[in-house]
Ligand binder design. Sequence first.
Ligand SMILES: [Zn+2]
Length: 246
Amino acid sequence: MENLQQKQTADMTEDIGEEEYLAYLQRRRKARLMQSRRENLSRRNCLQLRLLLLTSVVLLVCGLAAKLFRARPVSVTPDVRKPEWITENFLTPNPYSRPQTALHEVNAVVVHYVGNPGTTAGQNRDYFESLSVTKETSASSHFVIGLEGEVIQCIPLDEISYCSNQRNNDTVSIECCHPDAGGRFTAQTYDSLVRLVRWLCDKYELDCGSDVIRHYDVTGKECPRYYVKNPDAWKQFLEDLKNPGE
Ligand SMILES: [Zn+2]
């Protein structure tokens, strides 16, 4: 076999001359090299295509799974079974008092006083409403309790109010009316406040002792005035929250 090949090569060399034969060999080598490169390239392209396909399928599956299993946004504050003593009179949505920003969690209830002696709950609610026109400031409250103990709800419980500064995002706010500049609440206002705060604590599973705070506890503002100037009155209020029926 080897002899035959050598003979053929020798014959060929004789036929076409040594120089041409060498050129022929070089051309063959070059052709083989090109062929091998083409094959490699095509193999690599095939592999890349497969990887791309696999990645797309994985991404698609992950996307679908994420969509299926994503926790549905749960409204922490479905306004169901609201007591009949709460009168809903929601503000018209507007950037100054009802921006309709979602309230995702409630970690505390903040008590305020309106700071405008003798005004009614309705008047304070209408003041918040008027801000949409006057644009003089941003302010609102979820609830306003009037001098007669009436409770008006101005903002749905799944939206924030503009009342408690840096705690707007995780609290429910209550403004209380008061007959004079001292800021002490009437007995009716006080009783309604106790009832409303108890209902909220129950609804959001809050601790009536530690999760009920004054505006003062957030910013140091003298609000609600009487219960900042008289810390014992505030302590008593917290006690009253814990003792239903007394
Ligand atoms: Zn306040």
